[in-house]
Structures are given as C-alpha cells and as structure tokens.
Design a binder for this molecule. Structure first.
Ligand code: CP
Ligand code: NVA
Length: 307
C-alpha cells in the first residue's frame, strides 16, 4: 500500500521530523538523482496556483524526475470520468500524484483507488504541504518547534487554519486560532488536533479575542479572508475579520521577538499590512522558497516508504 499525504496527521510526529530533516539536506544540496529514471509525477490543479505549481515542477526536475503539470479542468475528470477511474489510470503512468482540488472527500476517494502515493496540494479543508513549509521556516529561524506558540488570525474554518492546527500540534506546538464567531475551525478537525496534541505535549485552542491570542506568540500568521471557491458564498468576508488584521499594533502585543508568516497570495491592507509583510519580522519569502525544499523531501520520503 502506498503512503499518502492527504492531511497533516498522515505523518506521525517522528515522520514529520524526518521529512523536515531531509528538507534541510535538500536545501543544502538542491540537485540530485533521487527521482532519476525519471520518476514521473502528475501535478494537477483544479484551482489557481503560483507557488505550488512552480515549486513542485522545479523541485521534481532538480531531483531528476519528470512532472506532468495539468489543469484538472481540462481533464476528462471534468467531463464525468470518475475520480476512481482517473486514479487507477494515472497510477499506471506515474510514480506519484499531486492534486489541488475542492472537497477533501475528492482526494480521499482518489487515494483509495490509487496505487501510487497521493499528495494534497490544497483542498477546501487542508493545505498540508504549505504547513510543512511553515514549520520548516519556523524551525530554521527558531531552532526548534516543540513548545513554541503559533497564533493564526482570520478565517479559522479554512484549509490553512485546519492544517496549522493539526500540523502544528504534530510538531508539539501550541496552536491558537483567533477568529470571529461563525468562522471557527470545524469541530472534528479541532478534535483531531486536540487528540494529537495529547501525544506531543502541544495544544490547540480557539480564541475570539485577537489580542489575547497574540499575547506571547512566537509566530503570528494569517491567510486570505476569502479562499478559492468561497467568492460567492454569500457571507460578509471583510467586516467580521477587520479586528484580526496582522498589523504593527497587533504585533506589538506579542511581547516577544515574533516572526510573521503568510502562505501567500497576500491581500495587502486586508489580512496583513504592507508594513508587516515587508518589515523585519516577516519570514514570508523564505516560507515561499521553502515549499520547494520541503515538497522535494516529502516526495522522496513517500517514495522510499514504498520500497
Ligand atoms: N500558498 C500557496 O499554496 O500558493 P499558490 O496558491 O500560489 O500555490
Ligand atoms: N486559503 C487559501 C489558501 C491559498 C493558498 C485558499 O484556499 O484560497
């Protein structure tokens, strides 16, 4: 059975650390033959992407592999071919499949039928590749992860909030989600995070007060208030979030030497100010670069588990 990476908790705490260690090696030595042959990886997008698309394609090439990058909307998948049949066919051509899609059930259905590793490149519920990169970036800056406090402000029910919860506690972090009422994490995701935190000594907590959540934070992060696919959902996705903007005032409330992350694309002047994203606390450009190193490590690690 192949190993998949569909959610942050698909890696145990020990395995997550192994992937991050391998990413450190690959960042030092970016070119290699770990995917030589070449191994082929399908990289499929049903939503827009800049970072995920470029970092997977470039990273696979740097390791001697071949990426087949496809807009999923042009595949037969968009003309009623089933997810299962698509997975069975792609498994005959490729060594791994990376997919950005809508509902998490879609990628789970795909993985059930696939005979090669499947990687979640973002769903409505989770963005685990991004969070591995976020953790890697924090580890680079702070030296370790366990015991640090990470505060996310904004839409607490989106893919980033969920992945930060589950991925962050897997690393032993104290993850705080600060969000307005009506935008709190899905209860079942919070349950998954709380359970995993019991194993690692981390914690998962939801706040409505942004300043209480920021107090003592080692890392502050945010994300778009409107995620892809939510444009027409009829909710006011601006007014409730205004108190949760990551700005200089909020950052001053951590009382610490805090680093700031944002998965990007940023909506400057909305969830984050220019002053913060372009300021000395910002680690966002390293965070974006690290997608490359971390995803290479993830693919190599997943393919090794198959041997
Ligand atoms: N952060 C992120 O996943 O960016 P893209 O949507 O550009 O891939
Ligand atoms: N939450 C955002 C992340 C983009 C990388 C979205 O899903 O659009």
């Amino acid at each position: 059975m192949p190993r998949h990476f569909l959610r942050d908790d698909d890696l145990s705490p020990h395995e997550q650390a192994e992937v991050l260690d391998l990413a450190t090696q690959l960042k030092q030595q970016p070119y290699g033959d770990a995917l030589a042959g070449p191994k082929s990886v399908a990289v499929i997008f049903e939503k827009n992407s800049t970072r995920t698309r470029f970092s997977f394609e470039v990273g696979i090439a740097q390791l001697g592999g071949h990426a087949v990058v496809v807009d999923g909307r042009s595949m037969q998948l968009g003309r009623e071919e089933t997810i299962g049949d698509t997975a069975r066919v792609l498994s005959r051509y490729t060594d791994a499949v990376v997919w950005r899609t809508f509902a998490q059930e879609r990628i789970e259905e795909f993985a059930d039928a696939a005979t090669v590793p499947v990687v979640n490149a973002l769903t409505d519920e989770f963005h685990p590749c991004q969070v591995l990169s976020d953790l890697f970036t924090v580890r680079e800056r702070k030296g370790s992860l366990s015991g640090l406090t990470l505060t996310y402000l904004g839409d607490g029910a989106n893919n980033m909030a969920h992945s930060l919860l589950v991925g962050g506690v897997t690393a032993g972090m104290h993850v705080r989600i600060a969000a307005p009422e009506g935008f709190h994490p899905l209860p079942w995701v919070l349950d998954v995070a709380v359970k995993r935190a019991e194993e690692t000594g981390g914690s998962a907590t939801v706040f409505t007060d942004p300043y209480a959540a920021a107090d003592g934070a080692d890392v502050v992060t945010t994300d778009a208030w409107t995620s892809m696919g939510q444009e027409g959902d009829g909710k006011d996705r601006t007014t409730p979030f205004l108190p949760y903007q990551v700005n200089t005032h909020l950052l001053g409330r951590t009382g610490k030497d805090t680093i700031v992350l944002h998965d990007l694309p940023a909506h400057r002047g909305m969830e984050i100010t220019d002053e913060v994203i372009d300021g000395p606390a910002s680690a966002v450009w390293d965070e974006a670069e690290n997608r490359l190193h971390v995803q290479k490590a993830l693919l190599v690690w997943l393919l090794r588990q198959e041997r």
